[in-house]
Design a protein around this ligand. Structure first.
Ligand code: NAD
Length: 338
């Protein structure tokens, strides 16, 4: 059976990546759209075969509770809005899939978890990399001990943010909507990867930030931030995130037997893995998979089989808590214990 998904927010990521991925889903189908722009919603409804009766706006969204065609609400709005729409969706009796970062404060994440628990509904954070075949392969190689004892991880995420040229970037430099700068938006991939690659939770963080305050893009949010995570096994993860460097989405995991390099690591397509040992470097070829469809199907399967999602609200909360510690470490120049 296919579950019905309502897409909330018909912006760049929803329309260019996620909506097209439903065609590859076994258990997920688009049955409703929520948008502030009726013309855009009508056009997309026609394209995706969504009944025009199932188009909502932000004002009448709560009436979705009366629509049995909707099982899951998928929130693809700016981060500060994730909390409100999760609470409204849970109140309407719907399961929730929300985009990353989960929210802009620890308190908001907790409210989202509590609301879905209270309503008896699933809550999942859309960490697509945890459904992507190269990342899954990296995790499995590390677990099998192929790299030996892990010592160090470096993870870098960066791109040039262009708020005046790209409509989808405007909210990214507004603190009230984004919650922060590059760390919230893309540094979260470095952080999340360090956690899923080690399978551990960091115990302390240090950080440094650089933002050119004369650059209008960085009046409210940070540009570049470097942070180090210390894990219980002794692994140190050195991570960066930046809004002013050419695009990078990579990590390298160093063990005492081998390193594993994934570059790009968290792109939409075309990942590139190398394993390096003392015998030399080996390219790993794997079939690319549709991580977006895998993520949507996982959400649907969790509802259908009453399972806890692999990336539940608690997973999103953990990252936001660490992000807040990274900001504190950067602000104070001191190590922050977690
Ligand atoms: P976007 O600006 O293209 O989309 C945001 C949508 O929210 C737009 O349709 C906009 O009209 C709507 N919106 C409603 N109220 C708004 C308000 N007050 N201010 C601004 N927009 C408002 O941005 P996007 O890049 O599609 O990002 C949307 C979400 O998806 C964010 O949470 C982002 O972090 C996430 N995202 C995830 C990935 C990923 O790979 N998982 C990639 C890109 C974006």
């Amino acid at each position: 059976r296919k579950l019905g998904f309502a897409i909330v927010g018909l912006g760049k990521f929803a329309t260019q990546q996620m909506m097209p991925a439903f065609k590859d889903c076994k258990h997920a189908n688009i049955t409703a759209l929520v948008s502030g722009s009726p013309d855009k919603a009508k056009k997309l409804a026609a394209e995706y075969g969504v009944d025009p009766k199932n188009i909502y706006n932000y004002q009448n969204f709560d009436s979705i509770k009366d629509n049995p065609a909707v099982d899951v609400v998928y929130i693809v709005l700016p981060p500060s809005m994730h909390m409100e729409y999760t609470l409204r969706a849970a109140k309407a009796g719907k399961h929730v899939l929300t985009e990353k970062p989960m929210a802009t404060s620890v308190e908001d994440c907790q409210k989202m978890i509590d609301a879905c628990n209270k309503a008896g509904k699933k809550l999942m954070v859309a960490y697509r990399a945890q459904f992507e075949p190269f990342n899954l392969d990296a995790i499995s190689r590390i677990k099998k001990g192929e790299l030996g004892k892990l010592r160090q991880i470096t993870a870098d995420h960066g791109r040039i943010v262009k708020p005046t040229e790209e409509p989808a970037e405007a909210w990214r430099v507004v603190k009230k909507l984004a919650g922060g700068g590059s760390l919230m938006d893309i540094g979260v991939y470095s952080l999340n990867a360090a956690r899923y690659l080690t399978g551990e939770e960091p115990t302390e963080v240090t950080a440094q930030e650089f933002s050119d305050k004369s650059d209008p893009r960085f009046k409210e949010v940070e540009d570049t931030i470097h942070f180090t995570l210390r894990f219980p096994s002794g692994v140190l993860a050195s991570c960066t995130s930046s809004y002013s460097i050419q695009e990078v989405k990579r990590y390298r995991v160093f063990g005492d037997k081998a390193f594993l390099d994934l570059d790009p690591a968290t792109d939409y397509y075309e990942h590139n893995m190398t394993i390096g040992t003392k015998e030399g470097d080996m390219k790993v070829s794997l079939k690319e998979g549709n991580q977006f469809a895998a993520e949507l199907d996982h959400m649907a399967e969790c509802v259908l089989e009453n399972k806890t999602p692999k990336t539940p609200g608690e997973e999103g909360l953990k990252d936001i808590r660490i992000i807040m510690a990274i900001y504190e470490a950067a602000r104070t120049g001191k190590k922050v214990k977690l």
